[in-house]
Ligand binder design. Structure first.
Ligand SMILES: NC(=O)c1ccc[n+]([C@@H]2O[C@H](COP(=O)([O-])OP(=O)(O)OC[C@H]3O[C@@H](n4cnc5c(N)ncnc54)[C@H](O)[C@@H]3O)[C@@H](O)[C@H]2O)c1
Length: 325
């Protein structure tokens, strides 16, 4: 099987490429390197291009005739989205429509979309099921919701089948430390806690210790990037086997607090994490964790590396190598 992996030089996309290759499939990476890394393209051919550029996409479809498309290419930093909404809508929404347009032109009918739990905003129920009302409270989440809705409409033509996968907090790294998380700016918790532990940044800023949670810090659902990769393989297999479009959460089903992440980092690294407590950030929900019943039922999704110590151990192994510490 040949899979066109849009954004395949990025964090999650590169782990999916590695997983595809490990089972004998060919990942074709398509990336403009706005955030990706050339040394993460290791498991198949590269087409350098921009998803907003029809000619670039045509090159990928004509040269490689993929059986399916997996779409990771997006602008992801929530704060930048608030400052530059037009750029976010252009890349995340117009970019996705450009991809769907070229897929229709080249007769490619299977699409796996990276969505996010940010589409739920402040959920009314926990754990969060796929039936939760979608009311994102930031530009990033609204652009992802717009693509979800476009897929729902466009697939009614019968020419497109899609899987919308709503990830919770992707974390960890390849256990062999070959690839891992390298965002710039890095806004994700685990790399930043590790950086503080390693003495590579100032104190960790902990936002809010007065949430109505057991230890007062926010609770999130951390899912290992290799578990996410297995979820993508199952999703594309399901669609290629002729099943209908679907949408499901990819998480573990249980929450881990920011304080518990800090404790795990101290346990794994043996280093203290210097931190300062700041007021809550506007818009941060107290608790977000997935109901995983549907992903279990549709995909047989069963995370195996997503306990917090394993995630932190894998991330630490990668970062020690990457940072040279
Ligand atoms: N990291 C998470 O915790 C998380 C959670 C939920 C959803 N997601 C979604 O998963 C996807 C991947 O996230 P990530 O953390 O790997 O991000 P990333 O920034 O590491 O990877 C995105 C890749 O897409 C490429 N790209 C961006 N715009 C492009 C364009 N116009 N044309 C071609 N390539 C382009 C970048 O160069 C980069 O290689 C994103 O769609 C993100 O919204 C991530």
């Amino acid at each position: 099987m040949k899979v066109l992996v849009l954004g395949g030089a990025g964090y999650i996309g590169s782990h999916i490429c590695k997983a595809l290759a490990a089972r004998g499939d060919t990942p074709i990476v398509f990336d403009n390197f706005s955030a990706g890394h050339r040394d993460s393209v290791r498991w198949g051919p590269l087409v350098e291009g921009d998803i907003g550029n029809a000619a670039d996409l045509d090159t990928a479809f004509l040269e490689h005739a993929p059986d399916a498309v997996m779409h990771f290419a997006a602008s992801i930093e929530v704060g930048i989205g608030e400052r530059e909404p037009l750029a976010f809508w252009r890349n995340n929404v117009a970019g996705a429509l450009s991809v769907l347009d070229r897929m229709a032109k080249h007769g490619c009918e299977v699409f796996v979309f990276s969505s996010t739990c940010a589409v739920y905003g402040q959920p009314e129920h926990l754990p969060i099921t796929e039936a939760e009302t979608r009311k994102p409270h930031n530009v990033y989440g609204r652009t992802k919701l717009a693509v979800e809705q476009a897929l729902e409409d466009i697939s009614r033509s019968g020419k497109l089948r899609y899987a919308t996968l709503r990830y919770f907090n992707a974390a960890g790294a390849s256990p062999d430390a070959e690839i891992g998380e390298r965002h710039d700016p890095e806004t994700h918790l685990i790399p930043n806690v590790l950086k503080a532990a390693a003495g590579l940044s100032d104190e960790l800023q902990l936002f809010g210790d007065d949430y109505p949670t057991p230890d007062g810090s926010c609770v999130r659902d951390f899912i290992h990037v290799d578990d996410l990769a297995q979820g993508h393989l199952s999703a594309v297999d399901r669609l290629l086997a002729g099943e209908d479009s679907f949408c499901c959460n990819l998480g573990t089903g249980h929450g881990t607090s920011v304080q518990q992440v800090i404790s795990a980092v101290e346990r794994v690294t043996g280093l203290p994490v210097p931190r300062t407590v700041h007021p809550r950030r506007e818009g941060d929900a107290a608790e977000l964790y997935a109901d995983t019943s549907l992903s279990r039922e549709l995909l047989g999704f069963s995370p195996s590396r997503s306990d917090i110590d394993t995630i932190v151990e894998d991330a630490w192994r990668f970062h020690k190598k990457d940072w040279g510490v």
